[in-house]
Design a protein around this ligand. Structure first.
Ligand code: ATP
Ligand code: MG
Length: 300
């Protein structure tokens, strides 16, 4: 099958979950258990994912060689939605040299002494590289919005803190993404959409299995009480920041195999659209390489 045909088929699966215009976006229109009617054995899903990651690895090698475009992948989710596993599986074939995963947790005192985008800007990927943000600047309009005492720690001058602060932040984020795009960064944002019910199931599993205890934190259970607030903040974020050049993907995450395939497909699709090729060299450079080759072959 030709590449174009494969891409068109992939797009059929990706398209329903891609938000390029946030107007009227509602999370309730998306089912966390959706698999587009696909049913797959574990092995079959793994095979397909491997093909996707090989494709991605090849594309990444070309982007690295070209040294022009960078790729920023943003992952947001409630706990236990599968961020870590998705990142691990989807990026498994990619040359680590051109790829960096950044996990953003509670800000440091130094972070709090700066504007809210500061710590994220420092970690943006170089040209030709992939930067994966495991949580991101979106936390500044999610956890910080849900728990407003966190905002107090950010030391903003009081006259600048008004009811409009969340709209202002979202506006700033949207413009920040416009700017990055114009600088050659491809931005894809993934919300791994797990249901509250599935989250409970995964927490219970973690509690029942000693080898998973390390993944468990009491605060994760506490945050469930704020589920509605988080979903509201997220809806507002998607409404304000989904765009053609920095789309959101609402990834159904109750089935891990589907979430992983969808994320891999969305990335492959986006980078394929760049239509990359390895950089070519001009005639002069070619001649130089031939001379070098001839000289090298004479050496013992
Ligand atoms: P995992 O639980 O899989 O290890 P995680 O991303 O949940 O991964 P944790 O250390 O459990 O990592 O949690 C990080 C915490 O930091 C989250 O509760 C998140 O909301 C919080 N956090 C992230 N960014 C900010 C921020 N800018 N301000 C305040 N809290 C933040
Ligand atoms: Mg956690």
């Amino acid at each position: 099958m030709a590449r174009k045909e494969i891409l068109d088929r992939i797009d059929k699966y990706v398209d329903p979950f891609r938000i390029t215009n946030g107007k009227g976006f509602q999370l309730k229109d998306f089912d966390p258990g959706d698999t587009r009617g696909l049913r797959m054995e574990k092995g079959e899903a793994a095979d397909l994912l491997q093909r996707g990651t090989e494709w991605l690895a090849e594309e990444q090698d070309m982007r690295y060689a070209q040294d022009r475009w960078s790729l920023l992948l943003v992952f947001q989710a409630m706990d236990a939605a599968g961020k870590d596993g998705t990142i691990k599986h989807v990026m498994s074939g990619v040359n680590p040299q051109g790829c960096q995963v950044l996990s953003f947790k509670q800000p440091s005192l130094e972070d709090l002494d700066h504007d809210f985008l500061w710590r994220y800007v420092k970690c943006l990927p170089e040209r030709g590289r992939i930067g994966i943000f495991n949580r991101s600047y979106y936390e500044e309009v999610l956890v910080v919005r849900v728990h407003q005492h966190i905002l107090k720690r950010q030391k903003l001058p009081p006259p600048l803190v008004s009811k409009r602060i969340w709209d202002e932040r979202l506006f700033d984020i949207a413009h920040f993404e416009d700017y990055l795009t114009r600088q050659g960064t491809i931005i894809l944002k993934f919300f791994l959409h797990v249901s509250r019910k599935e989250q409970k199931k995964r927490f219970m599993e973690r509690l029942d299995r000693p080898d998973k205890h390390w993944k468990f934190s009491a605060s994760d259970v506490h945050e469930r009480k704020f589920w509605g607030d988080y979903m509201h903040a997220l809806e507002e974020a998607i409404r304000a920041t989904a765009s053609q050049h920095a789309p959101w993907f609402v990834v159904p995450a109750d089935n891990k195999w589907f979430a992983r395939l969808l994320v891999a497909a969305a990335i492959v699709e986006a980078v394929e659209r760049l239509d990359l090729a390895y950089p070519t060299v001009d005639a002069e450079k070619k001649k130089e390489l031939q001379t070098l080759r001839a000289a090298l072959s004479q050496e013992k």
